[in-house]
Design a protein around this ligand. Structure first.
Ligand code: PGA
Length: 257
């Protein structure tokens, strides 16, 4: 299966001109051998998405709400995103959980609305440093609890809606903007991803689960993660803003479909 690369720009860059220049890097870097999706902040998403589309380059929102209409100031409609030509949405990112108090119950409602509206959610899960320090069994328990809370109520949805969900395993301690961060070891990340996939099949009825790894992926370590076939792709943060990083990551992923 071709790898999926979601490039999460977070709240970057500062200006529309810089966003357009960054889009240009991606437009020149598309690859037939992997799926490339960019996730700019909303203020750039609308503008960039309205530009001439390039085959092989998809767009992803960084959030959506659990309702599509009504008295919800500041909320973004999943249906409206879909109708605007956006295919993906990142949900449950640790930065939203940490800074905005997003809970598994909120993530759950957002996921259900997203798939009901035709969007493909990229749902982030992963343990914090304190949990990580307690060892593998505790980490697995933590992730199972997160998954169970966030994926509740999926049974009434069709298999294709279920299969449209991408899971991203992002250990919070590995994310590059967190102090003392370091990427997970590829072997350990692959082991947890294997565990997540088994759970998705046995507990949630997924047929072919797709699980990405995120947390300090860059041009120097991408090859080592690619040697584990369990990893279906990557959610890339900091490196998504740098030309050389983007080109190398896409080239390496394309070379190993
Ligand atoms: P990072 O971010 O690649 O900068 O660690 C990943 C993420 O937060 O999605």
């Amino acid at each position: 299966m071709a790898k999926t690369l979601i490039f999460n720009w977070k709240l970057n860059p500062a200006t529309q001109k810089q966003a357009e220049a960054l889009l240009g890097v991606y437009q020149k870097t598309v690859s037939k051998n992997c799926e490339i999706v960019i996730s700019p902040p909303f203020e750039h998403l609308w503008f960039l998405n309205a530009k001439k589309p390039v085959l092989g380059l998809g767009f992803c929102a960084q959030d959506c709400f659990w309702e599509n209409l009504g008295p919800y100031t500041g909320a973004v409609s999943a249906l409206n995103l879909k109708l605007s030509g956006i295919d993906y949405v990142i949900l449950g990112h640790s930065e939203k959980r940490i800074h905005l108090g997003e809970t598994d119950a909120m993530v759950n409602k957002k996921i259900l609305n997203a798939i009901g509206s035709g969007l493909k959610p990229v749902v982030c899960f992963g343990e914090d440093l304190k949990t990580h320090a307690k060892g593998e069994d505790v980490v697995k328990k933590f992730i199972k609890k997160q998954l169970t809370g966030a994926l509740k109520g999926l049974n009434s949805y069709s298999l294709s809606q279920k299969n449209s969900i991408i899971v991203a395993y992002e250990p919070v301690w590995a994310i590059s903007n967190n102090s003392g961060n370091v990427a997970d070891s590829p072997a350990d990340a692959a082991k947890i991803i294997e565990f997540i996939k088994d759970l998705l099949v046995s507990n949630f009825g997924f047929q072919v689960p797709r699980v990405l790894y995120g947390g300090s992926v860059n041009r120097k370590n991408i090859k080592s993660f690619l040697s584990f076939d369990q990893i279906n792709g990557f959610l890339v943060g900091r490196a998504s803003l740098d030309r050389e990083e983007i080109q190398t990551i896409v080239r390496e992923c394309g070379a190993k479909p």
